[in-house]
Ligand binder design. Structure first.
Ligand SMILES: C[S@@+](CC[C@H](N)C(=O)[O-])C[C@H]1O[C@@H](n2cnc3c(N)ncnc32)[C@H](O)[C@@H]1O
Length: 263
């Protein structure tokens, strides 16, 4: 099995666990609560009437939240279970959306349109090995003058081990392989013991240069000393919804965002 097939298999298994977790709060979402955070809502601005492509949409909560804000959305994900769940929710909640199952890198085989906005968020690019190829896809799917927006976990935080010591390279390295025995949500014991995650670390220069090289003009780049999710070890809630490092407080970056325009 290749790396992406391992990830597809593990994300298939994780989807049902996530959909039932209090971390994702699907019940709250069904009652109308947005799954988006203040950062992406404010930084993305008005998306009413815009065609939006959400890459690596998981089971579609954020995609459908973007649709609730008035965007015409397409979500893409490699996981069969995620896309199935996303389609079910779209139908159940009567929120129009299109969901496509595909590896990001193979998306041209299944999607032939262009968009006003391409959107990527939290925990996405670590599943991709080649950011130049990724940025080419983003550029391909944007209309001229279209907007690319991403908000991600900061590569600085991926350097730490579970004891908050620097243990991994900041720079792009060989793929990291881990056995998937639990997830970042609370109720997350995995019964299938053969699952593997394969991930890649990407430095900020790698991300930014891949976008610039592929015809995107950076409009802003922001860094945040907190995370909006309690999904990594050794975080402590500083203010409501702002999780900082237990050891380093707000001295280190934990997330970043980028807005760019296709020129
Ligand atoms: C942490 S989740 C991203 C969650 C995202 N913030 C959201 O909107 O909910 C990572 C997602 O990436 C997907 N994924 C991993 N590798 C992929 C690939 N090569 N192509 C497409 N999707 C991929 C997984 O199936 C999973 O749903």
């Amino acid at each position: 099995m290749d790396n992406f097939e391992h990830n597809r298999e593990s994300w298939n298994e994780l989807t049902a666990l996530h959909a039932e977790s209090s971390f994702y709060d699907l019940e709250g979402f069904k009652k109308g609560k947005t799954s988006l955070n203040h950062i992406e809502i404010e930084e993305l601005g008005d998306i009413k009437g815009k065609k939006l492509l959400h890459l690596q949409c998981h089971f579609g909560m954020d995609t459908l939240s973007l649709a609730r804000q008035g965007a015409e959305v397409v979500g893409v994900d490699i996981s069969d279970a995620s896309i199935q769940k996303a389609r079910e929710m779209s139908a159940e909640l009567k929120i129009p959306a299109k969901f496509v199952r595909s590896n990001v890198y193979d998306i041209e085989n299944v999607l032939n349109e262009t968009f006003d906005i391409v959107y990527v968020s939290y925990g996405a690019i670590n599943w991709l090995d080649d950011l130049d190829k990724w940025a080419k896809i983003i550029s391909r799917y944007l209309k001229p003058n279209g907007t690319f927006y991403m908000v991600e976990f900061h590569p600085f935080r991926y350097m730490f081990n579970d004891q908050s010591e620097i243990s991994y390279s900041y720079f792009k390295s060989k793929p990291y392989e881990t056995v998937v025995d639990k997830s970042y949500t609370e109720e997350s014991e995995i019964s299938n013991k053969d699952l593997k995650h394969i991930e890649w670390h990407h430095s900020l220069s790698e991300v930014i240069n891949s976008l610039i090289t592929n015809g995107l003009k950076i409009e802003f780049f922001n860094e945040f000393p907190y995370q909006v999710y309690n999904c990594f070890p050794n975080l402590i809630e500083d203010e409501k919804g702002k999780w900082v490092s237990k050891k380093y407080g707000d001295k280190i970056p934990l997330m970043y965002s980028i807005k760019a325009r296709k020129v």
